[in-house]
Design a protein. Structure first.
Length: 570
């Protein structure tokens, strides 16, 4: 059974100080009474002195006339210590009672389970949007607790798996719930309890899951695959979301002006976080920059905190199916000039990504690359500590080509976690597809994907998101802009360019499918078994399949026009 964690009334510093002062007062009292009884020539034992010293804390003083200095000090120090303890306890109890009442009265608030870098950023973003957040975490000494206090954000120190806690923080009246602990099991338990507890107004639930295999399994379970009255559920993987944003903003196509003309793109990724593998997968998933471009990725993982190789193993298994792809992964003990020189000096780098947990490692990696005279664009993702990351950015402010990306701040905002604005482009792509298929006479019986965006499985939503994100890449390849005017893109779509981008789109689609576990078959497409006859090189495709990719390219100006009319910038 879950057990509530009671909040402490005192900080560690206060606890230690009170203990030390109390012991000093007691010892002074014992010493003082010994001296007092000797001077007064009264018969008393050591136990008598100890007894009277304890009574000092209860404001019971048993001495008269001239007092030794130690007893004089002890008779004030002891009651002051007790008084401080009592007053602080009463104030904290009163404050907790007020907070409990205030939380009980909240409506349309946001419940955030788990206090860490990401959830703190979300809580702060919620405040900016006028939404009251309530943060629940079992650690009463969490490092972000002081920052919550400065923002005047409600905090409850308790076990989030306890259903009683969800009632205590009035989840039934909340509009948002973000389960963001470091345990996938705890997050699932929290949202399961909340989903069955919810009865009134709508609740938007987002669950953070780090295990990608678990994500794929959950996509097929009713809590996430079926619509529920008054409840919407979504799974996010922090590293996947971060990799998506980072490459949308600082992808190779953003950093390399003539990327479409290069036959080979060399990318290095250095780091000690799980973002490293997420970046590799994302680069392969959407990082196709030309029909005849080879993508070479060198991964330098810091061994002390190297993440699991699940994603990397998946990539290696599919590397032979993706002829344009070359991946090399090397473990380093720590960033050093010697190791970087050994691994990177033999190849010309076109861009580099650094994803470190701490700023000192990011500093060493950057300096090592600069000492090697590496002049390619470099992107440094935000570290755990905002202050040291800001200091790091200031140290390299005069270095050209180094970009510092505030990944935590952006990807943990209210709009990123709960908003749907960033999905508008993907939704438009899906609606265009449904219109074309239904116009051709197909129904849901023929194609289970011909449903509304809300009813579309999350795996297919991700597929549309990938296609939407790559439109920016395609636009840059032809116009040099991520968001060109619709007419500008239309004029750039010559017959040759349409054919080139169609082949690029097919490569992107194949990479996405292979990474999702799909395989080639000579037979009919089978979505359940993940088999497709289209998973083969462009020149082997029938014209009908090629035309689908060409149509996707020809629709880009229309998509841009829709997004412009909706005032949406990707």
């Amino acid at each position: 059974m879950s057990e509530q964690v009671a909040p402490s009334f005192f900080s560690p510093h206060e606890r230690y100080s009170l203990i030390i002062v109390g012991v000093i007062a007691f010892m002074l009292g014992v010493h003082g009474y010994n001296q007092y009884f000797e001077t007064a020539k009264q018969s008393a034992t050591l136990l008598d002195s100890i007894y009277h010293a304890i009574n000092l804390f209860l404001m019971q003083f048993a001495a008269k006339d001239q007092l030794p200095w130690s007893l004089e000090l002890a008779r004030w120090l002891a009651p002051v210590t007790l008084s401080y303890t009592l007053i602080k306890t009463i104030l904290v109890l009163a404050k907790d009672s007020v907070h409990t009442i205030q939380i009980k009265k909240l409506k349309k608030h946001c419940v955030i389970v788990g206090l860490n870098k990401g959830s703190f950023e979300l809580a702060r973003s919620m405040v900016k949007h006028g939404i009251k957040p309530v943060v629940v975490d079992p650690n009463e000494n969490n490092e972000y607790l002081g920052l919550l206090g400065k923002q005047k954000i409600y905090f409850v120190a308790a076990n989030p798996s306890d259903p009683v806690i969800l009632e205590r923080i009035n989840t039934v009246e909340a509009s948002y719930l973000f389960a963001a602990t470091n345990s996938d099991t705890t997050n699932l338990e929290v949202i399961h309890n909340a989903a069955y507890q919810k009865r009134l107004s709508s609740l938007n639930i987002v669950c953070k899951i780090n295990n990608q295999s678990l994500v794929r399994a959950l996509y097929n379970r009713p809590l996430f695959s079926v619509n529920h009255p008054n409840i919407t559920t979504k799974i996010i993987n922090s590293y996947k979301v971060t990799a998506r944003w980072l490459l949308n903003e600082f992808g190779p196509d953003c950093l390399i002006s003539d990327i479409a003309k290069r036959p080979c793109i060399n990318i290095a990724i250095v780091g000690d976080t799980q973002l490293v593998d997420a970046l590799v997968k994302r680069l392969v998933e959407i990082g196709i920059y030309g029909a005849n471009t080879t993508l070479k990725i060198s991964v330098l993982a810091i061994k002390r905190n190297a993440s699991k190789d699940d994603e990397h193993s998946t990539l290696l298994l599919n590397e032979e199916k993706l002829e344009y792809l070359e991946i090399k992964k090397v473990y380093l003990k720590e960033p050093s000039i010697e190791d970087f020189d050994e691994q990177l000096c033999s190849s010309h780098l076109d861009c580099c990504y650094i994803a470190m947990h701490e700023s000192d490692y990011a500093l060493m990696a950057l300096q090592s690359l600069l000492d090697m005279s590496v002049s390619c664009p470099m992107v440094v993702s935000e570290t755990e500590n905002n202050e040291t990351f800001s200091w790091l950015a200031s140290e390299f402010v005069d270095e050209k080509g180094i970009h510092f990306a505030k990944t935590h701040t952006v990807t943990n905002s209210f709009s990123s976690i709960f908003g749907e604005k960033h999905d508008l482009f993907a939704r438009n792509i899906h609606e265009q597809y449904v219109a074309e298929q239904t116009g051709a006479g197909f129904t849901i019986k023929d194609n289970s994907s011909l449903v509304s965006w809300a009813d579309l499985p999350e795996t297919l939503k991700d597929a549309n998101r990938n296609q939407a994100d790559h439109i920016s890449t395609k636009c840059r390849l032809l116009t040099g802009k991520a968001n060109p005017e619709p007419l500008e893109m239309q004029n750039a779509l010559t017959r040759e360019n349409v054919e080139m981008l169609a082949q690029t789109e097919h490569l992107r689609w194949m990479a996405e499918k292979f990474l999702s576990g799909w395989r080639f078959t000579e037979g009919e497409k089978d979505a359940v078994k993940r088999l497709s006859p289209s998973l083969k090189p462009w020149h082997l495709l029938p014209e009908s399949e090629k035309q689908k990719d060409r149509d996707a390219i020809l629709h880009i100006p229309e998509m841009l026009k829709k997004m412009t009319s909706n005032n949406v910038v990707r």
